[in-house]
Design a protein around this ligand. Structure first.
Ligand code: HEC
Length: 191
């Protein structure tokens, strides 16, 4: 009987203690939400574990239905430049500040970590993104065949030509341009 009472007391107090410590930590603003705050090893491991398990369950099997040729790669480049470059950059180009400032940062997609993923995984990630990381999903704005073209271009990233690099460079976000001359007063300019 006594054991039962202790067990019941334990059952009751554990959630109360849990809620209390969550309040002390989260409710009192101790958790640092800053993107610039370092991430603990435990948090990182937990996030990667959840991400990889979720991805393994959802990513389609099979490879790129293609075709992959000069034309589709050129289209893939245009989509990549408009939708991915500002965060992920590209080999041989300066890493954009946006991608560096995210937490987790936007990885270089030409590296083995990404290139080692299956076509299905790349397709799923590009279609649906990763919640709460900054990685957007493009399924609601792009047809599957265009997503596959982006995937083809991601696969092509490690061996982009100089001409392709220059086409990408033109789409890099720039913050070293001269600002336009002041709009005349009353023309809707910011005061
Ligand atoms: C607003 C910034 C942003 C944009 C735009 C963006 N991404 Fe990402 N992407 C991220 C971040 C951040 C991660 C890392 C998420 C993580 O570590 O869990 C990521 C991860 C990925 C990964 C997984 C990398 C790996 O190996 O784990 C792929 C693939 C990817 N992005 C492809 C794309 C493609 C293709 C586009 C354009 C169609 C794109 N991303 C656009 C921010 C972005």
């Amino acid at each position: 009987m006594r054991k039962l009472v202790v067990f019941a007391a334990g059952l009751l107090t554990t959630p109360i203690l849990g809620a209390l410590s969550a309040w002390v930590y989260f409710g009192q603003g101790r958790f640092d939400i800053a993107a610039t705050a370092p991430v603990s090893e435990g948090e990182e491991r937990a996030a990667v574990f959840v991400r990889e398990r979720s991805l393994a369950r959802r990513a389609p099997k099979g490879s790129n239905p293609g075709p992959v040729n000069e034309e589709t790669l050129a289209e893939g480049l245009v989509h990549y430049r408009a939708n991915c470059l500002a965060c992920h950059g590209a080999p041989g180009l300066p890493q954009p500040a946006i991608g560096q400032g995210l937490n987790p940062p936007a990885p270089n997609l030409a590296l083995a970590d990404t290139q080692g993923r299956t076509d299905g995984a790349l397709f799923w990630i590009t279609s649906h993104g990763f919640r709460m990381t900054g990685m957007p999903g493009f399924a609601s704005t792009h047809e599957p065949e265009d997503v596959w073209k982006m995937v083809s271009f991601v696969r092509h990233l490690p061996k982009i030509t100089d001409a392709e690099r220059e086409r990408l460079r033109a789409g890099l976000p720039r913050d070293d341009e001269e600002p336009p001359a002041h709009a005349p007063a009353g023309a809707g300019g910011v005061k």
